[in-house]
Design a protein around this ligand. Structure first.
Ligand SMILES: *Cc1c(COP(=O)(O)O)cnc(C)c1O
Length: 417
């Protein structure tokens, strides 16, 4: 308990360490050496060789899948995954209503329809709502492990089986997260991951597709890797081999310097996830029972990657104090990284999802298919804020100072009313 008045009202702040408090990815000498060496080796790689092959081999072996194909972004990886899975005009894919938009937007570029389904009170896909939205055109369901907290993959796998849908995963928050000790990204037909700046595994910019399905792998190559790589990897005599020179006409390769960074980061991922695990447990223990705060409850099967620690805010505990006002006070305590999720929000609120035809002529008339109502997605989004999850022993003081700042604001909430 902190007896100083709230910093917002002139008291001493709970967090005194200078900002920034969280920097990702951590850049070490191994990263600097790897990128500098890559500069001297190759800055453009048209086939599966050098650092691209190294990184793909390492990713495939980390996940325990047969094939990994790197891409320039996670969005591109999702696009290639859906295209290679044969999702096409008129097809429908169930996507959680609460995620980053790129889980769904590549579907627009394939003529397909993202069909949003509501989430449960924890932000996981609500399978009852998803079941109500199935039609004869539904081809697949996309699993997103929001903030790195694994979906209930037992439930999702049986849902996909029962309804004869492809299960596809967007693992962009969840590198190295597991469900029943199985890596997220290995439960379905294929998965796509972002390697963007803040993601648990970072190339700065990049992404990859993972799959055990060799035919799907060839189609991923044809979607965004064209010519040399397709010529060398799609066997002569395969019906798709004759398309190798152009592929599907897109170029979505990863930059070799980005590949070098991700390759250098990967061996440290598990230790970082273990550090995050400890830190998240410590922060949850400190916040459990603080009025106004609900910490995530993880099933024993789940080992999150803790891309962030999402906390649910319960204003009724604090006399109805609005979340924005609560967070202003938390940030005034010096917890600068405490934040509402921004671009990860209910997809139905984006104009693109309400009126895709305005930008994508093929969807003129799509407005008739109302995006629908997603009360839980809206509620979860409106009542969630997140904290960074530190992985280093020496940052324990930051984790403690952040949870102290939150507890302090909660205990002084009446001063803000
Ligand atoms: C970051 C992200 C993407 C897109 O990845 P980019 O590398 O930014 O293109 C897709 N889905 C989710 C859930 C993400 O967080």
């Amino acid at each position: 308990m902190n007896d100083s008045p709230l910093a917002l009202l002139g008291g001493e702040p709970a967090v005194t360490a200078p900002a920034p408090h969280f920097v990702w990815p951590p850049i070490e000498d191994t990263d600097r050496r790897a990128v500098a060496a890559q500069l001297e080796t190759a800055v453009s790689i048209p086939d599966r060789s050098g650092i691209v092959a190294d990184l793909e081999d390492a990713l495939a072996s980390y996940l325990g899948v047969r094939h990994a194909v790197t891409t320039c972004t996670g969005t591109a990886a999702l696009h290639s995954m859906y295209a290679a899975a044969g999702i096409g005009p008129g097809d429908e894919v169930i996507v959680p209503a609460l995620t980053f938009h790129a889980t769904a937007t590549p579907l627009f570029h394939l003529g397909a329809h993202p069909v949003l389904a509501d989430v449960d009170g924890h932000g996981r896909l609500d399978l009852e709502d998803a079941a109500r939205r199935l039609t004869a055109r539904t081809k697949a369901v996309a699993a997103v492990h929001l903030w790195g907290l694994p979906e209930d993959m037992d439930a999702l796998v049986s849902f996909a089986d029962e309804h004869e849908l492809m299960l596809l995963e967007d693992g962009s928050h969840a590198h190295g997260a597991t469900w029943n000790r199985q890596m997220t990204g290995t439960f379905g037909t294929a998965s796509a991951f972002s390697l963007n700046g803040p993601k648990p595994l970072s190339a700065g910019e990049g992404g990859f597709v993972a799959t055990d399905d060799t035919e799907l792998y060839y189609r991923v190559l044809l979607h965004g890797q064209y010519n040399k790589r397709c010529r060398r990897e799609i066997p002569h005599g395969h019906p798709l081999a004759r398309f190798a020179v152009t592929g599907m006409g897109l170029k979505l390769r990863i930059h070799p310097l980005a590949a070098a960074l991700a390759r250098a980061q990967l061996p440290r991922l598990d230790a970082r996830l273990a550090g995050r695990q400890e830190s998240a447990a410590r922060m949850c223990a400190a916040l459990d029972g603080v009025p106004g705060i609900r910490v995530p409850r993880m099933p024993v099967s789940a080992r999150p990657s803790w891309y962030a620690l999402p906390l649910r805010y319960e204003p009724a505990d604090l006399g109805g104090l609005p979340l924005e006002r609560f967070l202003d006070a938390v940030r005034a305590e010096g917890a600068a990284e405490a934040d509402r999720p921004g671009s990860t929000c209910p997809l139905g609120t984006h104009p693109l999802f309400q009126a895709p035809g305005a930008l994508l002529p093929g969807y003129a008339g799509h407005q008739d298919r109302a995006v629908g109502d997603f009360p839980a997605a809206g509620h979860v989004h409106a009542t969630t804020f997140k904290l960074p999850v530190w992985h280093r022993e020496e940052d324990v003081h930051l984790a403690d100072a952040y949870t102290a700042a939150i507890a302090k604001v909660a205990s002084h909430a009446k001063d803000l009313l």
